[in-house]
Write a protein that binds this ligand. Structure first.
Ligand code: OGA
Ligand code: NI
Length: 361
């Protein structure tokens, strides 16, 4: 068990992005860079414990048992899924059927996008959080005191599919990947509905998943000369129901479990799955969205792609009345329209679960 630093926002007065810089890639590639600009410096605090994945047993869910297992295997996996959601809010999904080659093409395609000349990305430097294609740096540079060491590309891929036209082939790849991921997410949500004691199509119907929002968020973390002072992404929870994360094999993701940060690498061909705020609301807090963050390193570029599966934008999500009935509990969250929540989540600072906290009764 190692003691390492965690990060608090330093009281840097009012940072500005170094002039003319629109991406962290440009900063990271400046010749002879040996220290990071002060606008990227977080103050480490010494109290966080970080443990490795091998020291705790992460839940592993075999997706194939949900779809083609025997009735006995299926009921066991539904039970395990419920336990994973309740105890971790996070699991590794294996045998999901999404081809490895498709995952690899998706990562290569995103790398290709980030590597485009800056002027070719200009048209996507969106302003509004619900712009269908939007790229930028940090998370929300207009409200942040200290910037994060990453560039991002966000694409709305459902109910209407969007994609940048470059790099070549990316649009086809991301269409295929988003379809496959969505299929898997909907089946998982059936299992999750059952694990809550609801009928399998409960989440699908209650949250209008037919029109469900799907957001692809690609993250680009270039090598950083002082990784102990910078952050890729601060501790946060995701907004949707389920997020799937794939990456290029470079580590950096940490998930909070029982007050400790766990380094997560996953196992080859697995997809990392975590619960988002809206599944926490729907399940009345039985399943909780999990805090996670991304660290940076000084050796290799890390690319990760989070694909968030959510309700339809106009659905008002509140704790499932049927569940409150089963559990004999009062609602612990007020209802909110998904679109409204998303706008708040994406236009504020990413700060732990501050957005969800406002909805607690
Ligand atoms: C995200 C996210 C983690 C990572 O995009 O929401 O948590 O490892 N990414 O990049
Ligand atoms: Ni996240």
């Amino acid at each position: 068990m190692a003691e390492t630093a965690s990060f608090l926002v330093s009281s840097n007065p009012s940072p500005t992005l170094p002039q003319n810089i629109t991406t962290i890639r440009t900063i990271a590639e400046s010749p002879g860079l040996t220290s990071i600009p002060s606008a990227y410096t977080f103050t480490p605090t010494p109290h966080d414990q970080v443990v490795s994945e091998t020291q705790v047993s992460l839940p592993v869910i075999d997706y194939s048992l949900l779809t083609s297992g025997t009735p006995h295997q299926r009921s066991k996996i539904v039970h395990d899924l419920g336990k994973a959601c309740q105890n971790w809010g996070f699991f590794l999904m294996i045998n999901h059927g999404v081809p490895e080659s498709l995952v690899r093409s998706m990562i290569d395609g995103c790398r290709g996008f980030f590597d485009l000349p800056e002027e070719e990305k200009e048209e996507y430097r969106g302003k509004h959080v619900l712009d269908p294609i939007r790229c930028g740096t940090s998370f929300n540079a207009s409200v942040e005191k200290v910037f994060f060491w990453k560039d991002f590309l966000k694409i709305l891929s459902h109910p209407v599919f969007h994609s940048p036209s470059k790099p070549a082939g990316f649009s086809e790849t991301s269409l295929e990947y988003s379809k496959r991921a969505r299929e898997v997410a909907r089946k998982l949500l059936k299992g999750i509905s059952e694990s809550l004691g609801l009928e399998p199509n409960y989440v699908e119907k209650a949250l209008n998943l037919e029109q469900g929002l799907q957001v692809i968020a690609a993250n680009f973390y270039p090598p950083c000369p002082q990784p102990e002072l910078a952050m890729g992404m601060p501790p946060h929870s995701d907004h949707g129901l389920l997020t799937f994360l794939i990456h290029n094999g470079i580590s950096g993701l940490q998930v909070q479990h029982k007050g400790k940060w766990v380094n997560i690498n996953g196992i080859p061909n697995s997809i990392l799955v975590n619960i988002g705020d809206h599944l926490e609301i729907l399940s009345n807090g039985k399943y909780r969205s999990v805090l996670h963050r991304a660290m940076v390193n000084n050796k290799a570029t890390r690319i990760s792609i989070a694909i968030a599966h959510g309700p339809s934008l106009d659905t008002v999500v509140s704790p499932a009345p049927e569940l409150l009935e089963i559990e004999k509990k009062a609602a612990a969250y007020i209802g909110i329209k998904y679109k409204e929540y998303l706008e708040i989540h994406q236009s504020n600072k990413l700060d732990e679960k501050c957005n969800l906290d406002r909805l607690r009764i």
